[in-house]
Write a protein that binds this ligand. Structure first.
Ligand code: UT7
Length: 353
C-alpha cells in the first residue's frame, strides 16, 4: 500500500452517511418504577436516563440493523456497499452471523458480511475493521452497523440493568477517499483486558456453559454487570484511550469540537469529558433519551447530533467507547457535509434504498 510522505495511507476511509433507528415503544422511568423497586429520581440521578426504547417481541437485532442501515445508505446517496459489518452482543442467532442476513435484506447479497463481538466497544472495533477493508483495497464502500436488543438478555426483574439498557441500531457508510477530505477517519486506539471477562457477562449460552435450563441458573442465563467496578474501569480506560488517540494524531482536547462517547451513563460521560478538559456542552448525551444501547450507542448519538446540527462540516469528532471484554477504543474523524438525517426516534414510512 502506498503512503503519503507523512506516513499516512493515501487511501483512507471517509464517512459519507449516517442513520439510526429506535424501536417505537418508548419506556419512561415511571413505567419501570411501576413494576420494579426503583424510582425516577434514582434513575435520573445515577444514570441521567429519562427514556429507553424497547423492541417489540417480534423484532430482532437484524430488524433494527436493517432500518438503521437503510437510513445510512439513503443519507450517503447510494444504496451500494461491498461489505457489511455488524457490531452486536445480541445476534439474531448464535449461528450464523447477523450481517449476511442484514446485507441480503438491504439488497446487498454478495457483499462481504460479518459480525464483530466487542460488546459496547463493538462499533469502534467495527469502524476500524471497515476502515481496514477500505485501506487494504478489499472494499470501496462499507456499511458499518452497531445494533443491540439488550432487552432480550437483561432480566426484566433486574432493577440495576433493566433501567440502564435500551434497544436500538445506528449505522454509518464508509467510502474510499483521501486523508484531507472532511469525513476522513484518522487514528484509532483499540485495547482489551480479558482478565476481567466476568465483569460484564452472560455466563451461559456459549461453549463453556451451554444454556441447558436444568444445569444453569436463571442468573447465569441473563446479562450480569458488576456496575460499580465497571464504572471505575470505564472512567480510567475511556480517558486513557481518548488521550492516546489524540496524542497519536498530534492533537489536543482544544482541537476537539464534539466528543461522542459510548452512551453508558450520563455521569460517566460527564466525568470523562471533565477529566479530559472538555466543556460539558461539547459532549453528546443521547443516553438521556435512549439509555445504554450497547454497540448502537455511538452511531445513534452521531445520528442524533447530526439531525440536531450539533455536528457541523469540518468538526473534529472524538469517539471513545468502553465495554465488556473488557474492551475499549477511540477514533478521530472530521465531520463531513451530509444531507440532513432524521433523528433516530422519527418513524416515518420506511422506503427501500
Ligand atoms: O456499557 C458498558 C459499560 N457500562 C458501564 O460503564 C456502566 C457502569 N456502571 C453504572 O453505570 C452504574 O454502576 C449503575 C448505573 C449500573 C449503578 O449505579 P451506581 O451509582 O454505581 O449504584 P450502586 O451499584 O453503587 O448502587 C447504589 C444503591 C445500592 O443500594 P445499597 O446497597 O446502597 O442499599 C443498589 O442496590 O442503589 C441500589 N440500586 C438501585 N436503587 C434504585 C441499584 N439499582 C437500583 C435501581 N433503583 N434501579
Amino acid at each position: 500500500m502506498s503512503a503519503t510522505p507523512a506516513g499516512r495511507p493515501d487511501r483512507v476511509a471517509v464517512l459519507c452517511g449516517v442513520g439510526g433507528h429506535l424501536p417505537r415503544h418508548r419506556v419512561g422511568n415511571d413505567e419501570l418504577a411501576a413494576r420494579l423497586d426503583t424510582d425516577d429520581a434514582w434513575i435520573r440521578t445515577r444514570t441521567g436516563i429519562r427514556f429507553r426504547h424497547l423492541a417489540a417481541p417480534h423484532e430482532a437485532t437484524s430488524d433494527l440493523a436493517v432500518a438503521a442501515g437503510r437510513r445510512a445508505l439513503a443519507n450517503s446517496g447510494t444504496a451500494r456497499a461491498d461489505a457489511v459489518v455488524v457490531a452486536t452482543t445480541t445476534p439474531d442467532r448464535s449461528c450464523p452471523a447477523t450481517a449476511p442476513l442484514v446485507a441480503a435484506r438491504l439488497g446487498l447479497s454478495g457483499a462481504a458480511a460479518f459480525d464483530i463481538g466487542a460488546v459496547c466497544t463493538g462499533f469502534v472495533y467495527a469502524l476500524a475493521a471497515g476502515a481496514g477493508l477500505i485501506t487494504s483495497g478489499v472494499a470501496d464502500r462499507v456499511l458499518v452497523i452497531g445494533a443491540d436488543v439488550y432487552s432480550r438478555i437483561v432480566d426484566p426483574a433486574d432493577r440495576q440493568n433493566a433501567v440502564v439498557f435500551g434497544d436500538g441500531a445506528g449505522a454509518v457508510v464508509l467510502r474510499a477517499g483521501h486523508a484531507d477530505e472532511p469525513g476522513a477517519l484518522g487514528s484509532f486506539d483499540l485495547g482489551s483486558d480479558g482478565d476481567h471477562e466476568d465483569m460484564i457477562t452472560v455466563a451461559a449460552g456459549g461453549s463453556r456453559l451451554p444454556a441447558d435450563p436444568s444445569r444453569t441458573s436463571h442468573t447465569e442465563r441473563h446479562f450480569a454487570m458488576r456496575g460499580k467496578e465497571v464504572y471505575r474501569h470505564a472512567l480510567i480506560r475511556m480517558t486513557a484511550s481518548a488521550r492516546t488517540v489524540l496524542d497519536r494524531s498530534g492533537l489536543t482536547v482544544d482541537d476537539v469540537d464534539r466528543f461522542v462517547p459510548h452512551q453508558a451513563n450520563l455521569r460517566i460521560l460527564r466525568t470523562v469529558a471533565t477529566d479530559l478538559g472538555l466543556p460539558a456542552d461539547r459532549c453528546a448525551t443521547h443516553v438521556e433519551r435512549a439509555g445504554n444501547t450497547g454497540a448502537a450507542s455511538i452511531p445513534l448519538a452521531l445520528t442524533d447530533d447530526h439531525a440536531n446540527r450539533l455536528l457541523r462540516p469540518g468538526h473534529q469528532v472524538l469517539l471513545t467507547a468502553f465495554g465488556g471484554g473488557l474492551t475499549w477504543g477511540s477514533c478521530l474523524l472530521t465531520w463531513p457535509e451530509l444531507p440532513p438525517a432524521a433523528a433516530p426516534a422519527h418513524h416515518e414510512q420506511e422506503s427501500s434504498p
